[in-house]
Design a protein around this ligand. Structure first.
Ligand SMILES: NC(=O)c1ccc[n+]([C@@H]2O[C@H](COP(=O)([O-])OP(=O)(O)OC[C@H]3O[C@@H](n4cnc5c(N)ncnc54)[C@H](OP(=O)(O)O)[C@@H]3O)[C@@H](O)[C@H]2O)c1
Length: 239
């Protein structure tokens, strides 16, 4: 785990009960931060809060709900007194060609992967700015700039997230908030109905993504790594 010292800092990780978000929450805690995590599934949120320990807070929140995002940010600040780091990680992938994708599936993907980042960032901004050294890290994807067949909704949401991130960066840099994007390739998680496996495969490991987030946070306030593309070294060769 990284050597960044985050003692006294407070982070909020959306989608923090499993996968990349959970690993990121663990790395943040190991660096000394207090960490709130959210997800929609109440039992998993409660279990994560216990497993993550004393400096963790679990909040049930669907990031597609703007009001719930505002309440989550306020609950985090009420509990820990401040907010320094927001990791917008919650996301889902419904991979289907255009003709098979329902309007509801389209809307869900856009609402969660793109809307959720806007809602959480908007709610968190005053607190991140008050921190004097605020940070937003958005977990996007290599699908933010590489289209794939069946990616109509997912590509749209993640390309949109790249635009949102880079414009937001310019909006808030003079409010003492840095905004960065991490764009992983395929990661071993529960994403898209897969099973997360503990051993290393050709895919990225969740710790690789968490390490990328920690590295972004390790730079001094005057330096800003704004985009990280993280890919498996040896994906299967295409025939
Ligand atoms: N795995 C990959 O190959 C890969 C590659 C590139 C980028 N990413 C991105 O990485 C991020 C994390 O994905 P992951 O692979 O770690 O997936 P994961 O293992 O499925 O974990 C997703 C997490 O987000 C939560 N979540 C989902 N929808 C939510 C919502 N509407 N509101 C709040 N929480 C929600 C889930 O809990 P609940 O279901 O209980 O809400 C869970 O905690 C996503 O943005 C994804 O697009 C993943």
């Amino acid at each position: 785990m990284g050597t960044t010292n985050l003692t006294g800092k407070v982070a909020l990780v959306t989608g923090g009960t499993k996968g990349i978000g959970r690993a990121t929450a663990e790395h943040l805690l190991a660096a000394g931060a207090s960490v709130a995590v959210c997800a929609r599934t109440g039992a998993e949120v409660r279990a994560a809060e216990v497993e993550l320990g004393d400096r963790a807070l679990g909040i049930v929140c669907d990031v597609a709900d703007a009001g719930a995002c505002e309440r989550m940010v306020e609950e985090t600040v009420a509990r820990f007194g401040r907010l320094d780091i927001l990791v917008n990680n919650a996301g889902l992938g419904i991979f289907k060609p255009l003709r098979e994708m329902s309007v509801e599936e389209w809307q869900l993907q856009i609402d969660v992967n793109l809307g959720g980042v806007f809602y959480c960032s908007r709610a968190a901004l005053p607190h991140l700015s008050a921190s004097g050294d605020g940070f937003i890290v958005n977990i996007a994807s290599l699908a933010s700039r590489h289209p794939f067949r069946g990616g109509t909704g997912y590509n749209a949401s993640k390309y949109g997230l790249l635009g949102l991130t880079e414009a937001m960066l310019l909006d808030v840099r003079y409010d003492d908030v840095r905004v960065s994007i991490v764009m992983p390739g395929s990661v071993d998680t529960y994403f898209n109905g897969r099973e997360q496996v503990p051993e290393r495969t050709w895919r990225l490991h969740v710790d690789d993504c968490a390490s990328a987030v920690m590295q972004l946070l390790s730079y001094p306030k005057e330096a800003h790594v704004s985009r990280v593309e993280l890919r498996p070294s040896h994906p299967p060769r295409k025939a």
